[in-house]
Design a protein around this ligand. Structure first.
Ligand code: FES
Length: 152
């Protein structure tokens, strides 16, 4: 029993992780349910986390802040070996990938904003003419001139 108690000391309780990471215990449970972090169970069936969970929680918070989907975070973590502590080098690779993703989204948002500029004061809401209603210009691929006028 003494050995088990000292072995468990190297693990963190959900409350300790919450306090150190600034994340609610309920959020830890949520992350776990989504496969982002893992816990072990104590003899009393209580969750315990290895210390590296703090690093993972920090990364999850950063990723969420910049809008990275949980599935993308999970995919990134899933290639790491079990019990692996993410190194600074690995974080550099990951954060670079997410920066590229952020750049892609910024370009998309800028394009949408520019398209919306053309709608301000227009009001046509036309499938043919409005770039926001016809973003891929699918009808344009069929040639010039009126197309599907009955739909407008
Ligand atoms: S509403 Fe006319 S271009 Fe979008």
């Amino acid at each position: 029993m003494q050995n088990q108690a000292s072995a468990l000391k190297k693990f963190l309780t959900p409350g300790e992780v919450a306090k150190r990471s600034g994340v609610a215990v309920s959020a830890l449970h949520f992350y776990e349910s989504k496969g982002l972090i893992k816990s072990i169970r104590s003899a009393g069936n209580q969750r315990r986390y290895t210390r590296d969970v703090l690093r993972y929680v920090a990364i999850i918070k950063i990723a969420q802040r910049i809008g990275i989907p949980l599935s993308t975070i999970r995919d990134a973590f899933s290639v790491l070996p079990e019990g692996h502590t993410l190194s600074a080098k690995e974080w550099k690779v990951l954060s670079r990938q997410w920066r590229e993703e952020l750049d892609r989204r910024i370009r998309t948002l800028v394009a949408l904003r520019d398209d919306l500029d053309g709608c301000i004061g227009c009001g046509c809401l036309s499938r043919r003419d409005c770039p926001l209603r016809n973003p891929d210009d699918r009808l344009g691929e069929q040639g010039t001139g009126a197309r599907l006028l009955e739909d407008d």
